[in-house]
Design a protein around this ligand. Structure first.
Ligand SMILES: Cc1ncc(COP(=O)(O)O)c(C=O)c1O
Length: 394
């Protein structure tokens, strides 16, 4: 069986698990061992030099972590993949491994808050030239990329207003100037979108979200061609942001149901978006699956599902958000996303807490916006819950 040719639901279960494990175990053992022993010094030497397969030290490679890496590699159609302790570790290691002082990176204004800080603070500190373009202004983005850059960093759909970028269009310009294209695919998941098939060089994920799917382990991953992933691996080897085997096991276990969960979340999010769109207490709904959404056409083109994230703003001020959210019974009011249980919060207290009201407005984030991560609960129950909370508003 060639795992590369299986469908996503099969690959999620079997990738990295087709061989036999210790003593015939049918689930991957959690190999907590930090170090690996050798009786044959020549063999040890060969493995240490990377000339022979094997393990030396778990900061570098670990059998349980490799199961997770292999699942992502297959699902994202990549040649190689490498795991990290968190999504931010995957993103920062990728950027710092591939960029050097004097080089230029082009990205968008709406990247995840942590990524945005790398662009606004840490890369400029080492004299990397950063240009951030208005998200969704493809003409401006094309112009900036065409001026020449080492790397183009994209995220689609974005957090929290779910703006969609036309990946094929931006990849085309990036290729002309030999720029490396990196895409954060966390919101879409490999079930709904495969940027590498659209020409991207590297895909990064916060595995803490949909890949894990249960909000009980943190992790990150970068995948792409062998040469680039090797560079990132060499950086991580020394940076040390490796994934713990226990977390790798939890995420790989969660990934077995990735397709089932994401399909359900796609369907429920669409139903919820339509419900909210018609509700008189709701000002606006941001969901790429709605034909009224600005990026709907690109989303239809490059995604096979529109994802489990819905954002919506309430009529009135932030006071209404303060009244509305605590009325919801079937959501955690918390940060993060992508879990089996629904979760909601305003960008004001979560992803964009460090920005001022004016800065949020500049990014098109209304103060009354709520980001709702749809879980796998029954959608009728979720809608009833939303309805009663909306009705509680005067
Ligand atoms: C799109 C996106 N990328 C990256 C991250 C960072 O991931 P982590 O919290 O696992 O470091 C997040 C976290 O919310 C995110 O939403």
């Amino acid at each position: 069986m060639d795992i590369n040719k299986t469908k996503k639901g099969t690959a999620s279960v079997w990738a990295g698990e087709l061989g036999t494990f210790y003593e015939g175990a049918t689930t991957p053992p959690i190999v907590n061992s930090v170090t690996y022993g050798y009786h044959d010094l020549d063999e040890w030497h060969e493995v240490a030099l990377g000339k022979k397969e094997g393990y030396i030290y778990s900061r570098n490679t670990n059998p349980t972590v490799e199961v997770f890496e292999e699942k992502v590699r297959i699902l994202e159609h990549a040649e190689a993949s490498i795991a990290f302790s968190t999504g931010m570790a995957a993103i920062s290691n990728t950027l710092f491994a591939l960029l050097a002082p004097g080089e230029r990176v082009v990205s968008i204004k709406d990247t995840y808050g942590g990524t945005s800080r790398i662009f606004l603070e840490f890369l400029p500190n080492i004299n990397v030239n950063v240009t951030l373009v208005e998200t969704g202004n493809h003409e401006e983005m094309e112009k900036e990329i065409a001026k020449g850059c080492k790397l183009v960093y994209l995220e689609t759909p974005t957090n929290p207003t779910l703006k969609v970028l036309d990946l094929k269009r931006l990849v085309k310009v990036a290729k002309k100037v030999n720029a490396i294209v990196v895409v954060d695919n966390t919101f879409a998941t490999p079930i709904n979108q495969n940027p590498i098939l659209l020409g991207a060089d590297i895909v990064v994920h916060s595995a803490t979200k949909f890949l894990c799917g249960h909000s009980d382990a943190m992790g990150g991953v970068a995948c792409g061609n062998k040469e680039l992933i090797k560079k990132i691996y060499q950086y991580r080897e020394i940076n040390g942001a490796s994934l713990h085997p226990m977390s790798a096991y939890m995420i790989a276990r969660g990934m077995k149901t990735l397709e089932l969960r994401v399909q359900r979340q796609n369907e429920s999010a669409m139903t919820i978006a339509k419900f909210l769109k018609l509700h008189p207490k709701v000002e606006d709904v941001f969901y790429p699956g709605l034909p009224t959404h600005k990026g709907h056409e690109f989303a239809k083109e490059q995604m096979s599902g529109f994802g489990g994230m819905v954002s919506f703003s309430l009529k009135g001020s932030y006071d209404n958000v303060k009244k509305f959210l605590p009325q919801l019974k079937l959501v955690h009011l918390a940060a993060s996303l992508g879990s089996v249980s629904s979760l909601a919060g305003p960008p004001r207290t979560t992803s964009h807490v460090e920005l001022t009201e004016a800065q949020r407005a500049e990014l098109g984030i209304p103060e009354s916006l709520i980001r709702y991560s749809v879980g796998i609960e029954n959608v009728e129950d979720l809608i009833n819950d939303l309805r009663q909370a909306l009705e509680s508003l005067k």
